[in-house]
Design a protein around this ligand. Structure first.
Ligand code: IPM
Ligand code: MN
Length: 340
């Protein structure tokens, strides 16, 4: 719980509409009566283009001292080729996730009225520190006709097990407890074998949770045709990345998709960010949809033990999601505040 000044929150507004939506999120949290002591960190594409800084150990260590991190969006405008791919993704976002051991990426989806997933409520529990994101591999003989590029998927018993255990804990809290492992066990037979065995072993302690398995390609069909089947989807880092964009699209648009990068053991701060990007094309127009950032802040409140404020913030978001959104970022923020 908060001390007298409030929860200590590091704010990485980032690029494009990132600062606009994080401002909205913080305003709604404060309007819900939660005290925050915030400190801004200037990180992202704009910072990198200005002075070449991405993230160093000292900044990462400074971030460890906070109760939580709120992140807006990171990345240059589409078509801006000045930053090579990976510099910010690996150097900043993944470094934060890995360095702070944010091993769960929890992404809930509430299908908005009129969307393909109208009325659905499900969440993706994405493993967030391993898989093909781990950085295993390399390039040999680069630029020659004998070039070799490998990029392995790292799946440790430890990493898979803690992710699967978290997913079962979430699944058990559902009105209809159910968990679906999504993988490609018929082709990725080594990683798939480990994930399947871990789900069976961990699942033995959760007899109340109905367990299912879908191949990832089939899951793409089901997410479009029958999303109501899902409660908790647990999956690896890359499948989770792809499926959460698809889930966002069927649930009403990526502008509604929230995410929580969690360190469930609380050995450091967790990080809360909307799934969407920096949308440089609408910066400053007041057209940024703040709902995903506000919902992410709602997940932060849950994590910080502010259960009542979290419930009010998430209910306000859910209520607005089901209406045709009109108005500026500021007007939507005020509509949220009015619903608290
Ligand atoms: C996401 C993003 C990131 C990811 C990128 C920007 C590294 O797509 O949070 O889903 O792949 O995880
Ligand atoms: Mn993604």
């Amino acid at each position: 719980m908060e001390d007298r000044q409030g929860h200590r929150i590091a704010v990485i507004g980032g690029d494009g509409i990132g600062p606009e939506v994080t401002d909205a999120a913080l305003a709604v949290v404060r309007a819900a009566g939660v005290h925050l002591a915030t400190e801004a960190f200037d990180l992202g594409a704009a910072r990198y283009l200005r002075d070449g800084f991405v993230l160093d150990d000292a900044t990462l260590d400074a971030l460890r001292g906070f109760d939580a991190i709120v992140l807006g969006a990171i990345g240059p405008a589409i078509g801006d080729t000045r930053i090579p791919g990976g510099v910010l993704e690996r150097g900043l976002l993944l470094r934060l996730r890995f360095g702070l051991d944010l091993y769960i990426n929890y992404r809930p989806f509430h299908g908005t009225a009129g969307s393909l997933a109208a009325g659905c409520d499900f969440a993706i529990v994405r493993e967030n520190t391993e898989g093909p994101y781990a950085g295993e591999g390399g390039i040999l003989r680069r630029g020659t006709s004998q070039e070799v590029a490998t990029q392995g998927s790292v799946n440790t018993r430890f990493g898979v097990e803690r992710c699967v255990r978290y997913a079962f804990e979430r699944a058990r809290q559902l009105a209809r407890p159910r968990l679906t492992l999504v993988h490609k066990t018929n082709v990725l037979t080594f990683a798939g074998d480990l994930w399947s065995r871990v789900v069976a072993e961990v699942g033995a302690a959760y007899p109340d949770v109905a367990v299912d398995y879908n191949h990832v390609d089939a899951a793409c069909i089901y997410l479009v045709e029958d999303p109501a089947r899902y409660g908790i989807i647990v999956t690896d880092n890359l499948f989770g990345d792809i499926l959460s964009d698809l889930a966002g699209a069927v649930a009403g648009g990526i502008g509604f998709a929230a995410s929580a990068n969690l360190n469930p053991e609380r050995t450091g701060p967790s990080m809360f960010e909307p799934v969407h990007g920096a949308a440089h094309d609408i910066v400053g127009t007041g057209r940024a949809n703040p709902l995903a950032a506000v919902a992410s802040a709602g997940l932060m409140l849950e994590h910080l033990g502010e259960a009542d404020a979290a419930r009010r913030v998430l209910a306000a978001v859910a209520d607005l999601q089901d209406r045709v959104l009109h108005g500026s970022t500021e007007q939507i923020t005020q509509q949220l505040i009015a619903r608290l």
